[in-house]
Design a protein around this ligand. Structure first.
Ligand code: M6R
Length: 602
């Protein structure tokens, strides 16, 4: 995810505070960086690549930017590739206003069309650039800065954390909606705005957490928070007590836990601007030129392969024949390439060697290819005919968590866009809209730790599910084994009796994903009874619609939702089980032995 820092009160040291602040946000991942300092004029410097590249460029330029106030940004591309022009800050044409932004402005195309019709020239592909142009236009119309800022916010829709500076003004204006922004209260007229506390932790531990719809103004005289009408809002100053080691993890003990908790935000980003509740349609810009395929083949590895299996289920429901292949098998065997079909590479990194080979094999044999990935400009995105971005933000933990949830969400968007207007789309759109909140509920109310307490001494664990919950069972087992180093296997529930049941004893907990109360749920409950009869402890992950609880020793509850989103909520419970078990066993959660985040060898 992108990072923001802004500061006032550091005089000649402004640039260093901003660059150092951006450095502390590097762990979040980014592909370009920039700063804007405001004094009488505005000085903006920005570069594609690492912060070092920006630092070197500033040194090479000879003159360091100076100003009493300044903002900085590290960008993780969502609209437009990583280039100097697309890096933040963005300015208006007069170069009077500079803006940095995290999140996605959903109505940017409408605003851009409007501004271009008024003669405004855009210099980037970003959604963000509409903000400085709007702000500049309101200032040109004679509005006072804060009024102009509020009017600008009134025009934009979507998720955002924004910080803006204006030439000749010694203040920074900030606002948030669905994307974090915090205010730091330092000493001697020093104040800060940032997307994450670590950005200014060197300077102060006193923090004001802004809420959605609030605007913050910092200048040398102090700080203020207002609502969208400019009315003052009283805010509490809290003191952060994290250790230096925890700062990059925003207070969480591990990146994995942080990333599990980032899922509501990640999914909001992934859905932003792509659901139209009024028309009941899904609109994904990147898919405008992809027609409805006759057949779909997925190629993927590991967690992404589990996402692919879920995708198969969705396409088949929509009447499109689909199959998932392990990329390592696809690339080395006689690959079945569908005629008039689409080959989808599911890969969060976009750099997995096996998946790239499979995609190249398909491409070489004339197939149309699509990369479903998190990384704009990754090899898969560049080499495929199309790319659909899941917009999860960077994931540091080796164990894929938020990217898996974002992949499943994006697969729903993919299927709905290619088979748009299918009956049931409205219900699905409503469920997807509620999904971030439902995941938050799971995170707030989970009993995963109690389950872990009960079974921490066991050495073998099974996970079962059917239909779209089968890939979630596989993923639950993969997450569990990769970070706990304990034996874990996932099965299609109906397969248990064809072999694995021989392993089931009173010592082997079985996690059963049972959602809804349909034929599949009833059959899975039949399988639960089979393991119960062998005295195995059963942990049901359920929305409470069936009577599976009667046969379970423990229940991990999820809110009732759509049949397609229910497995995604169950998956969050299983992520938490894996995390807490690994934590209890003292494992290297973020860097499990023998594994790498991006596997670039075949
Ligand atoms: O970057 P990719 O999605 O292509 O990575 C594929 C697998 O290596 C990956 O999903 C792996 O299984 C997970 N990190 C496990 O949590």
């Amino acid at each position: 995810m992108c990072g923001i820092i802004g500061c006032v009160g550091h005089g000649d040291g402004t640039l260093d505070v901003i660059l150092d602040g951006l450095e502390t946000l590097e762990y979040r991942g980014y592909d370009s960086a920039g700063v804007a300092l405001a004094g009488d004029g505005l000085d903006v410097r920005k570069k594609e690549g690492r912060l070092e590249v920006l630092r070197d460029q500033i040194e090479a330029d000879g003159e360091r930017p100076s100003g009493e106030v300044g903002i900085g940004h590290t960008r993780w591309s969502t609209h437009g590739p990583p280039t100097d022009a697309n890096a933040h800050p963005h300015t208006d044409e007069a170069g009077r206003v500079a803006v940095v932004h995290n999140g996605i402005i959903e109505n940017y195309q409408t605003l851009r069309d409007e501004l271009e019709a008024d003669g405004v020239d855009f210099s980037s592909d970003t959604d963000t650039e509409v903000v400085p142009h709007l702000l500049g236009a309101f200032l040109d119309a004679g509005m006072e800065v804060e009024e102009a800022f509020r009017r600008t916010l009134d025009r934009i829709e979507g998720s955002f954390a924004i910080a803006a500076v204006v030439a000749g003004e010694d203040r920074i204006l900030g606002a948030r909606n669905d994307s974090p922004l915090v205010l730091g209260v330092g000493e001697e007229g020093r104040y800060y705005l940032a997307s994450d506390v670590p950005a200014f932790l060197e300077q102060t531990r006193d923090v004001v957490y802004l809420d959605d719809g609030e605007t913050a103004i910092i200048d040398a005289d102090g700080w203020r928070v207002t609502d969208r009408d400019g009315e003052p809002v009283e805010k509490e100053v809290s003191t952060v007590t994290w250790s230096a080691e925890q700062t990059g993890k925003s207070g969480y003990d591990h990146y994995m836990l942080k990333e599990i908790h980032e899922q509501p935000t990640a999914l909001r980003q992934g859905l932003s601007g792509r659901l139209d509740e009024l028309s009941g349609r899904v609109t994904v810009e990147e898919l405008d030129d992809v027609g409805t395929p006759e057949t779909v083949h997925f190629v993927a590895c590991g967690t992404s392969y589990h996402a692919a299996l879920y995708g198969v289920e969705l396409f088949r429901e929509a009447g499109v024949p689909a199959q998932a292949f392990l990329a390592s098998e696809y690339a080395t065997g006689p690959a079945p390439v569908p005629e008039d079909g689409l080959v989808v590479g599911v890969t969060q990194s976009g750099e997995t060697a096996d998946t790239l080979s499979a995609l190249r094999e398909a491409e070489g044999r004339g197939a149309e290819t699509l990369a479903l990935t998190n990384v704009v400009g990754s090899t898969a995105a560049r080499e495929c005919d199309h790319a659909l971005y899941i917009r999860s933000g960077p994931e540091i933990g080796v164990a894929a968590t938020k990217t898996f949830s974002s992949q499943l969400t994006a697969l729903n968007l993919l299927v709905e866009s290619l088979a748009n207007g299918s009956p049931g789309t409205r219900e699905l759109i409503a469920a997807l809209r509620d999904l971030p909140g439902d995941i938050q509920q799971v995170l707030d109310e989970t009993d995963a730790e109690a389950v872990v307490d009960e079974y921490a001494d066991r050495e073998s664990f099974f996970f079962i599910g059917r239909g779209p919950s089968f890939p979630v069972a596989l993923e639950g087992a993969l997450k569990f084994k990769e970070i706990t180093y304990e034996h874990a296997e996932g099965f299609a529930a109906g397969e248990l009796k064809h072999g694995p049941l021989a392993l089931v004893t009173r010592e082997t907990p079985v996690f059963a994903v049972v959602t809804g109360d349909d034929e599949r749920a009833r059959k899975t409950i039949g399988n639960v009874k089979e393991v119960e009869a062998r005295d195995a402890p059963v942990v049901a992950v359920t929305d409470g619609q069936s009577d599976v609880e009667r046969y379970a020793d423990h229940v991990l509850e999820i809110p009732e939702t759509h049949p397609r989103t229910a497995p995604m909520l169950a998956n969050v419970q299983l992520q938490l089980v894996a995390y807490h078990m690994a934590d209890r066993l003292g494992r290297a959660i973020d860097k499990p032995r023998n594994l790498a985040k991006s596997v670039t060898v075949e």
